[in-house]
Design a protein. Sequence first.
Length: 261
Amino acid sequence: NGMINVYPVRAFKDNYIWIIHNEKYAVIIDPGIATPVIDYIGQHHLELIAVLNTHHHHDHTGGNLELSQLSNIQIYGPQKETIPGMTHGLEEGNIIKFPELSLNLTVLNTPGHTVDHISYYGSNHLFCGDTLFSCGCGRIFEGTAQQMYNSLKKIAALPDQTQVYCAHEYTLSNIHFATEIDPANSLLAEYASKVKILRAYNKPTIPTTLAIEKTINPFLRCEHPAIISAANQHAETQLSNAVSVFSEIRKWKDHYQSNVH
Ligand code: ZN
Ligand code: FE
């Protein structure tokens, strides 16, 4: 497993469709729509070999069928979810091999946003769909707070230098909420100024790294005194453990920002 190159294809308002490719072959993660992907592979003269889906939501799978009509591709996704055109159902610990790209990816179950959401990890890269965002995390649509908390813990246990490819550009709005609950975090303030500049030039803030996220992302800091105390104040009670802290700040953010997931 050597170096891989990953590029964003922008879709809808704030989705990133990630494309891993060399001079010849391409693998696509979460194509919510086919057109921009078809344009990209056409411009770069690539052969699409596979689509990887993290979960069933339409903004991640809407392009599957149109892409499958282009060539004989494999479509991977969580075994227990309904994924358009899926040829290979996956679960925890499966390894997918793409020798054309010198790439092996391991499947991690990361439930919470959806009950069978999966993430793909390999070559120091993590494709985590709507589980972890920079400075935030996915909404709990189908799973429980405990599941989402465990999924984030599992991701946080990967090496610090892991490059994290989230499926949405939510960073700036996530920072607004994080700053409200963690106002004394100077690393967060520093990160905020970098992100503001990137966004002013319409540049992606993704990938991020786990090292950065562990210092600024409140959802990875539920054991930190500042986050615990903010959550306790908001709940108007002493929350008894990290999962309750996580659950409290996740619900808090749901109301604070109803426009993002
Ligand atoms: Zn989703
Ligand atoms: Fe999404």
